[in-house]
Design a protein around this ligand. Structure first.
Ligand code: HEM
Length: 407
């Protein structure tokens, strides 16, 4: 197939259930210019080099060509929009990230462990007297939503509103050509509603702080170092909520799907529960939720015999790099015994995932419980139906039948 049309194929929902053949074709040209002017980077070495390259920006407003320029225009259409640090470059990125990392500490995350175990048990207990569950709707979706809401201190009665507002915003992570005018308007509307809601919550936590993360961030933003203004506080809280609502669901669902296709690994996990740690890392390499992220070039960049011009949109195809046979032996094989497994599942470099420790705790506990408690689990449909998004990829539903539920 014409290399310049491969990314269009990847975006096509018809290929969502298995884009990996298309990635292999793309890797024949590690950096390939698409017909819309986007540069797609598909090989491990080049993705890694660019993730550490300061000439690459996460700020889509700096794009001046092709699809990225469209995003830049879309973003500027959103009145009062503020970019979270996922979309910022140093020095602002580093300043805001430092404040968040300081409060989203390892102790705070570890403190969630017992609560996550409880939530997982409650969700599975609710499946008693049934023989089929939807891993996505009944389990993988409610778990991270509850966990991040409790960690942040979002009152229970407000969560359903956030669940309506967050998906249109997350959609904006898709390449611009995938986002219609109406969806841009919906995202702008949702952004406004979240901002208004969070302003109210911040005021409450300012007057009556709790031991939640929003209270901690509010306090940190008001200390005399002046490291975060009100807008930045809002966007950082919004980012944590959005990232916590929409990614872990896919890691749990992708993991369960992979395990159900490899029942020998389920049997091994029952005998050796500690293996869950390596198993989840291997899913992050083999079938990760974040398939790609985009960047913009700040100058012309020469790499792998290609000159990417300044202002171009660059797609870093993480999921392809993690399947690159030049980096991983037998890269298309799911092998939880891999030890050399530096995947791109949580990114790399200055934007490395802030929530990785929480996502790992949730997924380890979730998978361990599913494997231990479901007796003889079987997939109802293979492949399952997929969610529409190409960048945050995962099943829409994952129906599983089982014979019994252990205590
Ligand atoms: C399985 C679940 C998750 C996956 C696969 C994941 C993946 C990623 C990836 C690949 C990036 C890098 C983006 C880039 O380079 O442009 C990232 C960044 C980020 N993630 Fe996650 N994430 C997950 C869960 C979470 C959770 C639970 C939170 C917070 C509660 C979170 C918060 C963030 C933040 C704040 C960033 C931006 C970091 C920065 O720009 O410096 N993530 N994540």
């Amino acid at each position: 197939m014409n290399q310049g049309k491969l990314f269009e194929q990847i975006l096509n929902p018809a290929n969502r259930h298995n884009p990996y053949q298309l990635y292999a074709q793309l890797r024949e040209t590690p950096i390939s210019q698409q017909e819309d002017g986007t540069y797609v980077v598909s090989s491990y070495r080049e993705i890694e080099a660019l993730l550490y390259d300061p000439r690459i920006s996460s700020d889509e407003r700096k794009s001046t060509r092709g699809a990225g320029e469209l995003v830049a225009r879309q973003v500027s259409q959103e009145p009062g929009s503020i970019q979270s640090f996922l979309f910022l470059d140093p020095p602002d990125h580093n300043r805001l990230r430092r404040v968040v990392m300081h409060q989203f500490s390892p102790e705070r995350v570890e403190g969630m462990r017992d609560r996550v175990i409880q939530i997982v048990d409650e969700l599975l207990d609710a499946q008693r007297n049934r023989n089929q569950l939807d891993i996505v709707d009944d389990f993988a979706h409610p778990l991270p939503v509850r966990a991040i809401s409790e960690l942040m201190g979002v009152p229970r009665e407000d969560r359903s509103r956030l669940e309506v507002w967050i998906p249109p915003l997350v959609r904006r992570l898709e390449p611009a050509q995938q986002v219609s005018e109406t969806q841009v308007e919906q995202a702008a509307q949702a952004a406004m509603q979240i901002r208004d809601y969070l302003r109210g919550l911040i005021a409450i936590r300012h007057d009556r702080p709790g031991d939640d993360l929003i209270s901690a961030l509010v306090a940190a933003s008001h200390d005399d170092t002046g490291q975060m203004n009100e807008q930045e506080l809002l966007s950082s809280i919004g980012l944590l909520l959005g990232a916590g609502y929409e990614t872990t669901v896919n890691l749990i669902a992708n993991s369960m799907l992979t395990l159900l296709r490899h029942p020998d690994v389920i049997a091994r996990l029952r005998r050796d529960p500690d293996m869950v740690i390596r198993t989840v890392e291997e899913v992050q390499r083999y079938d990760p939720p974040v398939q790609f992220r985009t960047r913009t070039t700040l100058t012309d960049i020469n790499i792998a015999d290609v000159t990417i011009p300044k202002g171009a949109t660059v797609v870093l195809l993480f999921a392809s790099g993690s399947r690159d046979p030049a980096r991983f032996p037998d890269a298309d094989r799911f092998d939880p015994d891999r030890t050399d497994n530096q995947h791109f599942g949580f990114g790399r470099g200055i934007h490395y995932c802030v929530g990785a420790p929480l996502a790992r705790i949730e997924t380890h506990i979730a998978l361990s419980a599913l494997v231990r408690r479901l007796v003889n689990p079987r997939l109802v449909a293979d492949p399952p139906p997929y969610r529409e998004l190409a960048s945050l990829r995962g099943p829409k539903h994952l129906a599983v039948t089982f014979d019994d539920l252990r205590d």
